[in-house]
Design a protein around this ligand. Structure first.
Ligand code: FAD
Length: 387
């Protein structure tokens, strides 16, 4: 492992790899990424990888929109493959949330995002398998879809290596050396790396790592479950992605016969959480899915897994230079949103490191100090994951 670097990134999830790749594009080719395990072994490898634009805040919606362009044109823009599959995304909310839905759609349309409110009749035309109930609010994003987290993460890593960056697997960051308010080195179990820049992108481990560096961040972790279901393909060959807020789940097709459904936000600890699926909860969620797509009544449960969302008090990330420590940056707290934002986040974090501030987005709403200042982002909904 190299002993000096222009920048050291801690964490080889989709975020760390996207930041590493984008740093090389900014000319910081002597960059190093350290990963305690293997690439994508954290939240990234457990992601449902849905890429949708529906958010309550312009900053998140526009980062998702810019990122979609990258996912959809990955071979030309980055190189390698993203596995992006365009399915369209339908969001369905209960009658009490229709006002929030309308507000979000108006904001997104102003940003140029391809999204619109739709009626039940229109849904019947483009997605006849979907059942809607009177009074529900419905919106449609025709460009949205899902991608492959492994391909995206490893493609970013490969392109960064091609440009001269190094990735050191099974290397744990144990601290950051700071002198006179400036980063001097990143400390790892494989040795000390002298560098003026450390970027923390350690997913669910970020709170303890930041604490080891002497920085307190308001992060916690919740368990999100993903169950896989085999569809009766003769009746239901496919379906769009559905953000089914009325039934507290979101689901997407996977390959030719599988549907993946995500649900749950239960507090959990990073080193001891249950990585499997709760069968009773999965059965409840499947009942809701059958109300939404009646043909799923003939599907069967195949298995599943759980992963951790790393959340802040407003369910939005912290992307900033840590106040008072020059050269220490963090890209943390992505809850259930991080995968779809990763291309834009890599770009803007690399701008922050190379030029002192983000250029492609104004990151003020995601600043480190907003919690102390009481200036949190707000959601149009009661459901955190739609934030
Ligand atoms: C079940 C589930 C479903 C999801 N579904 C979606 C979805 O549909 N759409 C979407 O956009 N997002 C989704 N997300 C969220 C998204 O997957 C995450 O926000 C994103 O993957 C976070 O990436 P990351 O690189 O920040 O973190 P991680 O992938 O967790 O990567 C952090 C890495 O840091 C490493 N690390 C930690 N500490 C150290 C250390 N001290 N030294 C060295 N390495 C260290 C870890 O080993 C890990 O590999 C989902 C998440 C989960 C859990």
């Amino acid at each position: 492992m190299r002993q000096t670097a222009d920048a050291v990134i801690v964490g080889g999830g989709v975020m760390g790899c996207s930041i590493l790749y984008n740093l090389t594009r900014q000319g910081l080719t002597n960059a190093l990424l350290v990963e305690q395990d293997v690439l994508g072994s954290g939240a990234t490898g457990r992601s449902q990888t849905i890429c949708r634009m529906h958010y309550s805040n312009a900053i998140t919606a526009s980062m998702a929109w810019q990122s979609l362009e990258v996912f959809a044109n990955f071979p030309e823009i980055v190189g390698g493959h993203s596995g992006f599959v365009r399915t369209g995304y339908l969001v369905a909310v209960s009658p009490e949330d229709v006002g929030g839905l309308q507000k979000n759609i108006a904001m997104q349309q102003e940003l140029g995002i391809d999204t619109r409110l739709v009626t039940s009749e229109e849904v019947r035309d483009f997605a006849p398998m979907i059942h809607t109930s009177p009074g529900e609010g419905l919106a449609w994003e025709p460009q949205s879809g899902y991608a492959d987290s492994h391909q995206v993460t490893t493609s970013y890593a490969a392109r960064a290596r091609d440009s001269g960056a190094e990735i050191s697997l099974r290397t744990t960051c144990t601290g950051v050396e700071v002198q006179s308010g400036r980063v001097q080195a990143v400390l790892t179990d494989q040795g000390r790396v002298e560098t003026p820049v450390a970027v923390i992108a350690a997913g669910p481990w970020s709170r303890s790592l930041m604490s080891a560096i002497g920085v307190d961040v308001p992060l916690s972790t919740v368990r999100h479950q993903v169950a896989s279901i085999i569809r009766p393909v003769d009746q239901l060959p496919g379906h769009p992605i559905v953000g089914d807020i009325a039934h507290s789940c979101s689901f997407r097709p996977e390959g030719s016969a599988m549907t993946l459904v995500g649900f749950g936000e239960d507090p959990a600890e990073v080193d001891s959480y249950n990585q499997g699926v709760d069968l009773d909860r999965a059965a409840d969620v499947m009942r809701g899915m059958v109300e939404r797509i009646p043909a799923l009544a003939d599907s069967y449960f195949r298995g599943g897994w759980s992963g951790l969302f790393t959340i802040t008090p407003d369910w939005h990330p912290i992307m900033d230079q840590v106040p008072g420590i020059e050269g220490l940056y963090c890209a943390i707290g992505f809850s259930g949103h991080g995968f779809k934002l990763a291309p834009a986040i890599g770009q803007v974090m690399s701008e922050m490191v190379a030029h002192g501030q983000g250029r492609s987005f104004d990151l003020t709403p995601l600043r480190f100090t907003r919690f102390d200042e009481g200036d949190l982002l707000t959601s149009s909904y009661r459901y955190n994951v739609l934030a």
